[in-house]
Design a protein around this ligand. Sequence first.
Ligand code: PEP
Ligand code: MN
Length: 351
Amino acid sequence: MIIVLKPNTTEEGIQRVVKRIKELGLDAMVSRGMMRTIIGVIGEEDRIRIQPLEAIPGVEHVMPVLAPYKMASREFQPEDTVVRVGQAEFGGAGVSVIAGPCAVESRDQLFAIAEAVSKGGAVALRGGAFKPRTSPYSFQGLGEEGLNYLKECRERFGLPIVTEVVDTRHVEMVARYADVLQIGARNMQNFSLITEAGRTGKPILLKRGMSATVKDLLMSAEYILTQGNSNVILCERGIKTFEDGTRNTVDISAIPALRLASHLPVIVDPSHGTGRRELIAPLARAAVAAGANGIMVEVHHCPEKALCDGPQALLPTDFAEMMDEVTIIAEAMGKTVSRMPKTGRKETASR
Ligand code: PEP
Ligand code: MN
């Protein structure tokens, strides 16, 4: 249920409504928009009746939220959420690109790739220090050593870092290093993990589970939002279908569907979405054309030696080319690709 307040309701008026909701044993989440303040009621809504709430001064009307996700819905917050990560922004007027290796493999490897993606125009560096591998015999990541290399790269190149957390026991440690905590496809419905990650207050990059619906993804986002953390970036990374010519099937329709249903920024990962290097740039272009707020891609300077996902890694030159192509599409959409200038100050500039 959401309570729409009258325009120009005072802070005292807002707090009066919040107090009444709490007296009823429910929780209230206040969303202060440009035009109006909306209060989301969280908990067992059957406890309240619409009528008495509409009688509280300042309340314009009370509406049930039809979607099962509430705080994630556009009804709750009509304006787009902009998630700020250092100097980078997801959900604003720009298209923001995250790039880096699948896994942090060594200090040299990460520095070489970080330098390339920084020059190529990425606004954040990705790299897994904890890898969720299908086989227990595959490279599992460098753990905290990898996090230290990411931290060094942030200092060296001024790029915020995005890294995955796979285990509730590691949330606190990973949050000490990361600017964005990534929740991978395999853990999208690991509710204790996403709750703990949400509680850190760090921005969360929530990847769509490979068998999850758009609604499931938004329900998982809701877990994070109800922790008081509104910094959630949704990521379409392909779903399992009968098609076996690609690693997954990128659900392009999920982009506008999510953007319509929710105020949260949506990015697309065409690397895991396709599993094939030559399909990444075309899908990145399609994602931007469909309204994505950003792209995340895997880049490796020597993919044949990569310990993880080499076939879907772009070479630095491919990455630069993809950025040029995405820029053209973004401009056609009236958007711009965000760039991180050397000064460390973010600017959104047309090329
Ligand atoms: C990743 O981005 O490193 C990753 C493992 O992707 P996904 O969770 O989408 O498979
Ligand atoms: Mn990968």
